[in-house]
Write a protein that binds this ligand. Sequence first.
Ligand code: GDP
Ligand code: MG
Length: 161
Amino acid sequence: GSAVSTVHAAEIERTFIAIKPDGVQRGLISEIISRFERKGYKLVAIKILTPTKEFAMLHYDDLKERPFFNGLCDFLSSGPVVAMVWEGQGVVKYGRKLIGATSPHNSEPGTIRGDLAISVGRNIIHGSDGPETAKNEINLWFKPEELVDYGLDSEKWLYEP
Ligand code: GDP
Ligand code: MG
């Protein structure tokens, strides 16, 4: 990376964000990407793919005892998903803020789910819920060589030296 990103290397984190099949079908890819991009986060990996049901079950493994697990995995594997890794100071926690509460009934206006979704089973976006989960999910969805290490000139305007 650049000198700037090296200076902040200790504080920089990465999170896994996915636009689910409902977000893709509803034409919300660019809307969602722009919210992360305008905040100042850096896109370091992106791809579109339809996950298999087995892969969806691995992704949501922590929810396997929940009654909605099967339907959730059927849905995630029902069509294309946009899988991304975003990088920046505090991106894991603040990314969840941008996304909003799990149920759009409870998501604040101004959040992605609050502004763009209605029901919990069609809440258009996934985001890692903590630093450990983020590492695991990035490793599940991406090979190391799919993550791009680069500097952005805007970093010098986003972060104090
Ligand atoms: P998230 O981290 O905010 O996405 O929420 P969870 O990790 O708790 O759940 C994963 C996904 O399962 C959510 O984004 C919802 O799409 C779905 N989900 C969670 N709770 C429910 C529920 O009570 N009913 C249904 N149908 N889906 C749910
Ligand atoms: Mg979750």
